[in-house]
Design a protein. Structure first.
Length: 69
């Protein structure tokens, strides 16, 4: 008899293994299955050109839970 574990819906979590400050970019990269460097570049451009990247990062740092290990 085999026990099959069902995966639930994909959830956004802050990364513990791919983090530089709070793990937001690493978590977004895992969620969208892309390279975390691309996500970090997008955040850097939004900080430099629009100024909203810092606010978005801080809000996500508060709201998005850390992944469990």
């Amino acid at each position: 008899m085999q026990i099959i574990e069902k995966e639930g819906p994909k959830r956004l979590k802050r990364s513990v293994k791919d983090m530089m400050i709070a793990g937001i970019c690493g978590g977004l990269a895992d969620y969208f299955d892309i390279d975390s460097t691309l996500v970090r570049l997008v955040f850097a451009f939004t900080v430099l050109f629009a100024g909203t990247g810092i606010l978005a990062y801080l809000i996500m740092w508060i709201i998005v839970p850390k992944e469990n290990y």
